[in-house]
Design a protein around this ligand. Structure first.
Ligand SMILES: Cc1ncc(C[n+]2csc(CCOP(=O)(O)OP(=O)(O)O)c2C)c(N)n1
Ligand SMILES: CC(=O)[C@@H](O)[C@H](O)COP(=O)(O)O
Ligand SMILES: [Mg+2]
Length: 636
């Protein structure tokens, strides 16, 4: 069978296609997207909506010489298909396979590797400045969604881009009206009003018609011609927010009409300065189950049957749902509890709270920094905000957590979903930085539940704190079976007692089952291991410090980054308390982890029960061989 897509080795081949071949190519791209994401899971809806847009961008701009930066990067599958990576799609998001985001190692067409939203305009601004400084004239393209456009960084960049009328930055707004859910807020409203204006093609037709009809060039027509000469339709009525910023605006363009898109992009390219091209797209376009889905138009899906659209997932109750139920319960008890999401109402489990308490739920857009400081304000106003974000997205709100929440000792609870290893989304999505950044925040307390019962309990305890930030952190996936404690000492749960005070294994959150299993294995080799769950992992509790005091070896086990994590924080607390017990930390190395399943990534870094048991046995044996004076922290 003839396949245009299979024969494409890159954008040059794409440019060689005749316009009438492009609808066939678009259909092949859609087919490839559905077939391959059905097997691997991934970001189907955003990519289906960006097929024609990406084809047009690559026909008009000469990538990689003219950089194309995709904001967030989750919609870059089409770009990958058009830049010669079709074969790799069998391994999309799999270990050793194609990344789900642009990846510099994969292709010269991938200038940046992202996945955190709202950065594309800053990259484009920097690239354009670099080219200008080097006297190198070439356009830079940023493709940004309406959701990503709600992020503060995008506006910081616009502020710079608009100020340099001689730097050619083409901003393609891929406006499908949705982030996951419909995009809300003032920016979304402004885009919506632009959407209602006469379309780009209609406007051009009107100008063309008046040119051919009118023999005398009147002032209105002069304006129109002048506008065309500049390659823009800024002769039309004012375009609101973009024009106010000094940006040229082309649009709105039908984002599924390749000819219109190409025409608009060529005009933008010819202008030679900063231009917005506003394309209207439909998330999930061309695949009915995605188009019809009201929740998120199949923003990110697991594997599914491509014919029926039925999901293959059979996973049990997940952490997100457990949190969701617990928060609704807390909200029913506590009228002061309010919830904040950064454009992720459903994925973070806030949808049920929002349905029950709409007036107490705030979607701030993709704006984690604002979310934290706004939460501080809500707390100052007498409420107890719960900010629910994916762990990796807290990173960009560190200063707000530190200075605006913690310095002001405001009772804000941050709930971190997708903590630890998330896996298939790759390096930027692993929630492995949270313990490191939270451990340096004065007055911050972090809990790591091990099962649903402790999640409910620790969320309630967090909501009871009135003098500073609290963080509750749990991973992606199914909630773990209930693991009752033998005894509670302060906040610490003792889960298993060794026959002697040989090794104390401090197992955190989702790593508790592996810790318990490792203790059993070590026991079979004659090493006595007591296992505790600190529950409140930051700061180290005095009770945990005291429990350590009686042991010959302390081993910590966590699924976060090692630097400044729970283990290192405990080791420092032991030093401060002059508890001279050797501490060994089992944690993730402080490196960017390649994509793969969560289990594969954990195994690669020694976070399995077998590896933990082996290391505990080896360390315990080595320490037993030493004289007491050699037992120091130095070899930690
Ligand atoms: C800083 C940050 N916060 C949250 C997310 C999660 N996230 C990924 S895509 C997305 C919505 C993006 O909407 P939009 O830019 O309009 O792209 P679309 O998927 O609609 O094409 C969100 C909130 C993220 N990637 N980065
Ligand atoms: C692009 C992005 O940031 C999210 O869409 C993310 O990929 C979703 O991950 P989950 O599938 O874990 O919700
Ligand atoms: Mg969108």
């Amino acid at each position: 069978m003839v396949s245009l897509l299979r024969d494409l080795t890159g954008p040059a081949d794409l440019r060689a296609l005749a316009p009438d071949q492009l609808p066939t190519l678009a259909a092949e791209v859609r087919d490839a997207l559905v077939t391959s994401v059905a097997r691997t899971g991934g970001h189907l809806g955003p990519n289906l909506g960006a097929v024609e847009l990406t084809i047009a961008v690559h026909r008009v701009f000469d990538s990689p010489h003219e950089p194309v930066v995709f904001d967030t990067g989750h919609q870059s599958y089409v770009h990958k298909l058009l830049t010669g990576r079709l074969e790799g799609f069998t391994g999309l998001r799999q270990r050793g396979g194609l990344s789900g985001y642009p990846a510099r190692a994969e292709s010269e067409h991938d200038w940046v590797e992202n996945s955190h939203a709202s950065t594309s305009l800053s990259y484009a601004d920097g690239l354009a400045k670099a080219f200008a400084v080097r006297g190198d004239v070439r356009p830079v393209v940023a493709v940004i969604g309406d959701g990503a456009l709600t992020g503060g960084m995008a506006w910081e960049a616009l502020n710079n881009i608009a100020a340099a009328q001689d730097r050619p930055v083409v901003i393609v707004v891929n406006d499908n009206g949705r982030s996951y859910s419909p995009t809300i807020g003032g920016v979304a409203d402004a885009l919506a009003s632009l959407r209602l204006r006469p379309g780009y093609e209609q406007a051009l037709d009107a100008v063309r018609a008046s040119v051919t009809r009118t023999p005398v060039v009147g002032s209105a027509l002069y304006d129109a011609l002048h506008g065309i000469k500049k390659g823009l339709k800024d002769v039309l009525a004012p375009q609101g927010m973009f024009e106010d910023l000094g940006m040229k605006y082309v649009g709105p363009v039908d984002g599924h009409d390749i000819a219109s898109l190409e025409s608009a992009l060529r005009r933008a390219r010819a202008f030679g300065g900063p231009v917005i091209v506003h394309a209207l797209t439909v998330k999930g376009f061309g695949y009915a189950p995605a188009e019809r889905d009201e929740v998120d138009a199949w923003h990110a899906t697991g594997a599914f049957d491509p014919d029926s659209g039925v999901s293959a997932a059979t996973a049990g109750r997940d952490w997100t749902t457990a949190f969701s139920d617990a928060l609704v319960e807390a909200g029913a008890q506590r009228p002061d509890v309010v919830a904040i999401t950064a454009a992720m109402l459903h994925p973070t489990g806030l949808a049920a709270f929002a349905a029950r308490f709409p007036e107490r739920t705030f979607d701030v857009g993709i704006a984690e920094q604002h979310a934290l400081t706004s939460a501080a304000g809500l707390a100052m106003g007498g409420l107890h905000p719960v900010v629910a974000v994916y762990s990796t997205f807290l990173n960009r709100a560190f200063d707000q957590l530190l200075m605006d929440v913690a310095l002001h000792r405001q009772p804000v609870t941050v709930v971190l979903d997708r903590a630890g290893v998330t896996g298939t989304d790759g390096a930027s999505h692993n929630g492995m930085w949270d313990t490191s950044i939270c451990s340096v925040v004065p007055g911050l307390r972090m809990a790591m539940p091990r099962d649903e019962a402790t999640l409910v309990e620790e969320l309630d305890e967090a909501l009871a704190v009135s003098d500073g930030p609290t963080v509750v952190r749990f991973p992606k996936g199914s909630v773990l079976p209930s693991l009752p404690a033998l005894e509670r000492v302060g906040p610490v749960d003792v889960l298993r007692r060794g026959a002697s005070a040989e090794v104390l294994l401090v197992a955190c959150g989702a790593m508790v089952p592996a810790g318990l299993a490792a203790a059993e294995r070590a026991g079979k080799q004659g090493i006595e291991v007591t296992v505790v769950d600190p529950r409140w992992v930051l700061p180290a509790s005095p009770e945990l410090v005291e429990l350590c005091r009686g042991h010959r070896l302390v081993v910590t086990l966590e699924d976060g980054g090692r630097s400044g994590g729970v283990g290192e924080t405990l080791a420092a607390a032991l030093r401060d308390a002059e508890v001279d017990v050797p501490v060994r930390c089992i944690a993730l190395p402080q490196v960017f982890l390649d994509h793969g399943s969560r289990a594969e990534v954990l195994a690669e870094h020694g976070l399995t029960e077998q590896d933990v048991a082996r290391r505990v046995v080896e360390w315990a044996a080595r320490i037993a061989d030493r004289t007491p004076s050699e037992d120091t922290h130095a070899d930690r």
